[in-house]
Design a protein around this ligand. Structure first.
Ligand code: FAD
Length: 604
């Protein structure tokens, strides 16, 4: 059913054939736009600064220290052998154990909904519960969002994303005001100060019930478990519920009662679970007009403005304008984008989704990630557009899109079950022993889109300009960094997070795992993408490359994929486009050996 809210206006080593040999480039002519590119990628410097300290590991391997610090293999093993509880299990136990005590708390003078990554009014589980209780008790609902610069830093949130969230909050404030619901947006420098601030706010306004949706990163799960306890001590009922996923982590298990580690059987189980629990896709009721006399009682909150972006996440005026145009904020935009995609593109999605040029996908990831659109809403609406009214059968484009949205749930399940992926550890923690390279020059060239591999460079430049990269290019660029350059995938993962507007820890970490074979790799073999073959297959006419690598605009035909190897050297050189920085065939051999050696070694 369409929403009521209308938009206003064990590893086998195999690989594809080796690449046509490219000449190795020692130097590259500086690109004329280097100053601009340097400015765009400036956050990369923080990556390099942050990881400057190197330690000698027992094999004489030079490793970088990562933030957050790597968890030890022994502790990872303990999680996997169920010797220590996972943060999600601690939270769920806390919810269950405290239920009776929390239920006995009588509502106070107002109810609070704490917005986090659920920035919408439509189909929001916790908000709906908060609003229902407020109406039942005839007391006002107060909404809260906390801006924490330290939290943004800890999550490596990109400035583009912070800007998107603040713009969304402005839309929400207006929508909520129409319902007489005040939205308080405050800045708290330190993330650890957030719970204390919330308790003080509750005390100030006589609030006895707080509602929020669950986030699945370790720190957030632990914070929420701690807050349930602290709130109880103050006679406050803190209720957290699942909302960010269609199916909550822990609900799907293999025949032997284990967590699925491979996508396809997990997806079959996900579809069947959703079909047998139809309520999972039902929309939550939207909040209506605020009861009580909120204008009189809460005037202070109505008058508070939306804060500016914190210093550490500010965009330049030009960037702000660009991102506003590229990514209009708020849930109305999300719903109209979704509707347009369903009306115009979903039918051809299966055939076109891997083509980076043009606009064949929904471009909804920032909305799913910031919570301006629930994944549940997307799945429900696309199911309703399917002739079978189901998640299986019917339109192939629709089925394919459902399967992509489900990847989001899959990676959240992975994060909840293997929490050490949050501590700079791959899902298969043994992969920590792969000996990585830390070549800063090569890393910088990758960040800038100056590797000499046009499809890689086009993808990276799209990211630097749009805060977004097409999924196929995310896979190609990630594979190139972790396999061809053998650079520690965690540096790439971090760079992506710091630049993506749709940055989502679980999906990004999972995507790197998939592409760098460092974690969740649903393929039973070890893949090394050949950038040239990928380029020819998914950007056959070079349209995507020409759009993002203007130095190669005048290159004709198939030479676009490998200008130095296919007779377009003069044009490329004249325009300052570098020669390929490595030879793919050699890199492939090196990567196969390095990964094999690394995976064979397990340490505690
Ligand atoms: C290395 C790497 C890093 C990635 N990092 C992120 C990230 O930080 N945030 C993020 O949202 N996605 C990430 N992805 C997944 C994917 O690239 C984007 O979700 C997709 O490109 C978004 O474009 P779209 O909305 O047009 O997607 P569509 O193709 O229209 O898909 C619909 C929705 O499904 C979800 N989705 C699609 N593919 C995936 C996937 N592979 N994994 C998880 N969810 C998916 C997204 O929410 C997306 O909006 C990453 C993929 C890789 C390979």
């Amino acid at each position: 059913m369409a929403p009521k809210r209308k938009a206003p206006a064990s590893v086998n080593y195999a690989d594809s054939t080796g690449a046509k040999s490219n000449k190795r480039s020692a130097t590259s002519t500086p690109h004329k736009d280097h100053a601009i590119i340097d400015a765009i990628i400036s956050p990369v410097k923080s990556v390099l600064d942050f990881n400057h300290k190197r330690v000698e590991e027992e094999y004489g391997i030079v490793q970088r220290e990562f933030y957050p610090p790597e968890m030890s293999n022994e502790r990872c093993r303990m999680y996997n052998d169920n010797e220590i509880p996972r943060p999600i299990e601690v939270l769920e136990k806390m919810i269950a154990d405290s239920q009776t005590a929390r239920d006995s708390i009588r509502p106070g003078k107002a109810i609070m909904h704490w917005f986090k990554r659920d920035l919408r009014l439509y189909d929001n589980r916790a908000l709906s519960m908060a609003s229902k209780l407020a109406k039942m008790e005839g007391i006002p609902l107060i909404c809260l969002f906390v801006v924490s610069p330290q939290d943004y830093q800890a999550h490596l949130t990109s400035p583009a994303r912070v800007d998107f969230e603040l713009r969304t909050l402005a839309v929400m404030k207006k929508d909520l005001e129409e319902l007489d619901i005040p939205l308080l947006v405050v800045t708290q420098e330190k993330r650890k100060a957030i719970p204390k601030f919330i308790l003080e706010t509750c005390e100030k306004w006589g609030i006895k019930n707080i509602f929020a949706n669950i986030e699945y990163e370790v720190d957030e799960l632990r914070r929420e478990a701690g807050m349930i306890q602290t709130c109880l001590e103050k006679d406050i009922n803190f209720t957290v519920v699942h909302d960010d996923v269609v199916v909550a982590p822990g609900q799907l298990q293999t025949g032997t009662g284990r967590q699925y580690a491979v996508y396809s059987p997990w997806f079959r189980s996900w579809v069947s679970h959703v079909h047998s629990h139809s309520d999972l896709l039902s929309a939550s009721e939207e909040p209506g007009a605020n009861p009580g006399n909120p204008r009189k009682y809460l005037e202070d909150i109505f008058e508070t403005p939306i804060p500016l972006a914190p210093e550490n996440k500010k965009l330049s005026a030009e960037e702000k304008k660009r991102f506003e145009k590229l990514w209009p904020a708020g849930e109305h935009e999300a719903l109209s984008r979704l509707q347009k995609f369903l009306d115009e593109k979903v039918g051809k999605y299966k055939d076109n989704r891997s083509i980076p040029h043009g606009s064949h996908t929904a471009m909804l990831s920032v909305h799913h990630s910031a919570g301006t659109l629930a994944a549940r809403t997307s799945v429900r609406m696309v199911r309703d557009a399917n002739s079978t009214q189901r998640l299986d059968g019917g339109n192939p484009g629709i089925m394919s899109w459902i399967s992509e949205v489900a990847w989001r749930d899959f990676y959240k399940h992975v994060l909840a079950h293997w929490p050490y992926v949050c501590m700079s550890k791959p899902f298969k923690y043994e992969y920590t022993n792969v000996r990585w390279e830390y070549n800063d020059e090569q890393f910088k060239a990758w960040c800038k889109g100056m590797t000499g591999f046009p499809i890689v460079d086009a993808g990276m430049r799209q990211l630097n300009h749009m805060g977004y990269m097409h999924n196929r290019c995310r896979m190609i660029t990630a594979s190139f960094l972790a396999k061809d350059l053998l650079i520690d995938w965690r540096m790439g993962e971090r760079y992506f997070m710091e630049h993506l507007i749709d940055g989502d820890f679980a999906s990004n970490n999972g995507g790197w795992g998939f592409s760098a074979s460092t974690g969740v790799d649903p393929q039973p073999y070890f893949r090394i993408f050949n950038p040239l073959l990928q380029s020819e297959k998914f950007d056959p006419n070079g349209d995507f490359i020409r759009k993002w690598v203007p130095e190669l605009d005048a290159v004709e035909g198939k030479a676009i994929h490998d200008p130095y190897g296919r007779g377009a050297k003069e044009i490329a050189q004249k325009n300052g486009y570098p020669q390929p920085m490595v030879v793919h065939k050699d890199c492939r051999e090196r990567a196969l050996k390095r990964y094999k050696d690394g995976i064979g070694r397990e340490t505690a």
